[in-house]
Design a protein around this ligand. Structure first.
Ligand SMILES: Nc1nc2c(c(=O)[nH]1)N[C@H]1C(S)=C(S)[C@@H](COP(=O)(O)OP(=O)(O)OC[C@H]3O[C@@H](n4cnc5c(=O)[nH]c(N)nc54)[C@H](O)[C@@H]3O)O[C@H]1N2
Ligand SMILES: Nc1nc2c(c(=O)[nH]1)N[C@H]1C(S)=C(S)[C@@H](COP(=O)(O)OP(=O)(O)OC[C@H]3O[C@@H](n4cnc5c(=O)[nH]c(N)nc54)[C@H](O)[C@@H]3O)O[C@H]1N2
Ligand code: SF4
Ligand SMILES: [Mo]
Length: 674
């Protein structure tokens, strides 16, 4: 029997799946042709999902640590013992130090509404500290918002109508295959696609032109393009008069951003900038598919703010297919997350910890965290400053609970490990973040072993903590019903019959948005924003720590998804060992050749990689693809050990692409056979 399911991972499309159920287990997975966004196309990672769900190393019951922290030695215990130990330790901690010394840590392991958000209700009720969830793209969201407010950006499906598309800081082949298909299908007829990236990733083969740029300098490129548009009278004066605010004042500041100045900063040749600007300005409906790569910098929000101004200058939004794609896709939420997060359960304000500074928080002796509860997150592999984070997790006095599916690098530090379910074993609502689409999928099979979903785990913990709210007595099916029975204004825009059908399982797509209804207070696109610290957008350079001459960026891998799928041998094998892409001009003076083992280092760490020499990036840039686990590292650390805990200019976001490093040979022998 084939059942409808939806992919739970942190990917823009939330693909529709069909799972074959035999004897209470899923045995096959394929794309759901009826899904309005993914239309049957899914990635190879999810085609092999049954191998992950029934993997021999999956955690099937609660465990207590028997070895040292980090060592990975555990013994089986019952759920009753686990819950008793957690609740009695927490009651003790609350009495001695207060509830704020308990910190939950969650991010994007599971993206469906209930399972991702239900922990907030529990920890609000507990009075725990809050985790600020800005590990991904909050600087990008903030930069866009400062110009466009809540105006929805393009849905990727609209890109087919664009005759000139800039794929900007986006490895779409790995992370947005459907958006790329939406674009490329049209490209056969007319219209060019240009990739602007710091390295020639595999998306390049879908582009007509690749523009390589120095990391963190895209704001300067956008300014120089706008300089050319104004100089060549390609700015859409009529559109700007009607729809924008502050353009005349902003226009004056563009004088200094010449293409020659931009060449010195960005590394992109002046004539290429000129050509890009002219092509963009002369296109009928120019579009930008914006990834998050260039927002993960100390100037990330400003970079995105400047890129967001480009389509306004060109009046691109008024043409079908013109505008910017890759930011928020609907005006408001398709579900009301407060119904799951229950901010009303919190009795008084609590301190908050930024997820990118988790390491610092765990090592803070003045205000120590006594207990950490990790779920849907694998911070040892995905968060910055890996070595400091591991040092924090080693603290003997820190009571750590990890709710997981595998004994990840983080779970190895836990005092108690709880077994988590896979998506096909839980009921949930799935909103795609890259498309205006929403789906509902009841669980297809019962949980393996003694695994429990996040929702069911928090319900059990709530009971043990003596919480009496009815909410913690609901089943996840009841929670889903509450959400679907009380649709948001946004969801009400969907056709009635489609909303009805959603309750039975499946997905719907929202009607196309009117991008000309600008959702700022004044109803105008904001060139100048009086509410911001930087009222006038301008180029903000990222500081360079001169002792380290190279810039390191960390980019996604096609074979894995953040730290997920490390369990799948075929994917890990296809991905290969940890490599660092280096330009030959940087390798030569350091006597580094292709395939050698090298160290990449800065003041935080010394991480070993295999050197991959390529002309596909500018000299001065090095790039590491993929999130590796420590077992697949070369010297027990990964690229995240080289990332500082610094935050972006606005949005308190990660700056994981903003690292200065040096490289040197690790050993003489070549390891080309790897
Ligand atoms: N070097 C480098 N670092 C990165 C990135 C990069 O590209 N390169 N990307 C960054 C980005 S954009 C992001 S969003 C973050 C993501 O970082 P994380 O939020 O850590 O995301 P994942 O690695 O996807 O998942 C974390 C864990 O959630 C577990 N999990 C999955 N489903 C469930 C569930 O239902 N319940 C529970 N309890 N656990 C579950 C998985 O087993 C997995 O171990 O990483 C960031 N870090
Ligand atoms: N296969 C796979 N799919 C994924 C993920 C994965 O790890 N693997 N991760 C998921 C997650 S959590 C997310 S957030 C999404 C989206 O993931 P994003 O992080 O938005 O990744 P992309 O936008 O695809 O790729 C980032 C691109 O930005 C480039 N870049 C870095 N710095 C700069 C810069 O300064 N300027 C320019 N122009 N480019 C720069 C990098 O080289 C890279 O090609 O993908 C999701 N899908
Ligand atoms: S991981 Fe991404 S591309 Fe693959 S099935 Fe899931 S949503 Fe689709
Ligand atoms: Mo992300």
């Amino acid at each position: 029997m084939w059942e409808k399911a939806i992919c739970p991972y942190d990917c823009p499309a939330s693909c529709g799946l069909l799972v074959k159920v035999e004897n209470g287990k899923i045995t096959e997975v394929k794309g759901d042709l009826g899904h309005p966004v993914s239309r049957g196309i899914i990635c190879r990672k999810m085609k092999g999902y049954p191998a992950s769900v029934y993997h021999s190393e999956r955690i099937l019951y609660p465990m207590r640590r028997t070895g040292k922290k980090g060592e990975g030695k555990f013994c089986r215990i019952s759920w009753e013992e686990a819950v008793e130990e957690i609740s009695s330790r927490w009651k003790d901690i609350i009495e001695k130090w207060g509830s704020e010394t308990i910190l939950p840590a969650v991010y994007s392991g599971v993206m469906s509404d209930i399972q991702r958000n239900c922990g907030h209700a529990f920890f609000n009720r507990l009075g725990a500290s809050r985790i600020v969830m800005t590990l991904c793209s909050s600087a990008k969201g903030e930069g866009y918002r400062q110009v466009m407010g809540n105006t929805p950006s393009l849905s990727p499906e609209e890109l087919k109508d664009s005759d000139f598309c800039l794929v900007w800081g986006c490895h779409a082949k790995a992370t947005r295959i459907h958006s790329l298909i939406d674009r490329v299908n049209k490209k056969k007829d007319k219209g060019r696609t240009v990739l602007i990236d710091v390295y020639q990733n595999d998306t390049a083969s879908y582009a007509d032109q690749v523009v390589l740029i120095r990391p963190g300098t895209d704001g300067m490129l956008a300014l120089a393009m706008m300089h050319v548009l104004v100089r060549e009278h390609l700015a859409d004066e009529e559109f700007l008069r009607e729809k924008a605010q502050g353009f005349d004042e902003f226009k004056e500041t563009l004088r200094e951003y010449t293409v020659q100045k931009a060449e010195r900063i960005t590394g992109v040749r002046a004539d290429v900038i000129e050509q890009l600007a002219l092509e963009y300005g002369r296109a009928q409906a120019p579009s930008i598919l914006l990834g998050s790569g260039n927002s993960r910098y100390r100037n990330g929000a400003m970079t995105v703010r400047l890129i967001t101004l480009l389509p306004a200058v060109a009046g691109a939004w008024k043409k079908p297919g013109g505008g910017l794609c890759g930011c928020r896709v609907t005006r408001g939420g398709l579900t009301d997350l407060d119904q799951i997060r229950r901010p009303d359960f919190r009795k008084k304000p609590a301190k908050s910890v930024n997820i990118n500074q988790l390491a610092g928080a765990l090592l803070d002796e003045k205000d120590p965290i006594q207990s950490l509860y990790v779920y849907g997150l694998n911070p040892v592999d995905t968060v910055s400053d890996q070595n400091a984070l591991r040092k924090g997790l080693m603290r003997e006095d820190l009571f750590t609970v990890v709710h997981e599916r595998f004994l990840t690098d983080t779970a190895r530090y836990a005092d108690i490990v709880l077994p988590a379910t896979f998506s096909v074993e839980q009921t949930d609502i799935y909103r795609a973040y890259g498309y205006p689409s929403i789906g509902f999928a009841p669980k297809a099979v019962e949980p393996a072993g003694e695994c429990k979903s996040n929702w069911n785990t928090f319900c059990v913990l709530a009971k043990a903590m003596g919480f009496e709210e009815d909410f913690f007595g609901w089943s996840e099916e009841e929670m889903a019903r509450h959400l679907l029975d009380d649709p948001t204004d946004q969801l009400m825009r969907a056709k009635k019959e489609e909303r009805e059908a959603l309750r039975e399982g499946g997905s719907l797509k929202m009607p196309r948005e009117d991008h000309l209804r600008i959702e700022t207070k004044s109803g105008k696109i904001l060139f100048v924003n009086e509410k911001e610290k930087e009222r006038m957008p301008r180029y903000l350079p990222v500081e360079r720590e001169e002792e380290y001459p190279l810039h390191l960026v960390a980019v996604p891998s096609e074979y894995t998804l953040n730290s997920e799928f490390a369990d799948r041998e075929e994917l890990v094998k296809a991905r290969g060992p940890m490599t660092l892409k280096i330009h030959p001009d940087d390798a030569k003076p350091r006597k580094i050749t292709d395939g050698q083992r090298i160290f990449c280092y800065n003041d935080l760490a010394r991480v070993e990689f295999i050197a991959r020499l390529t002309p596909g990036l500018l000299p001065g840039t090095v790039a590491a693809e993929g999130v590796y686990d420590l077992a697949h590292s070369l010297n027990g650390q990964t690229v995240n050990a080289l990332h500082h805990q610094r935050l972006s200019d606005c949005g308190e976001a990660t700056t994981l692409n903003d690292n200065r490093v040096e490289i040197c040979l690790a050993r003489e022998e070549s390891l080309q056979e790897l």
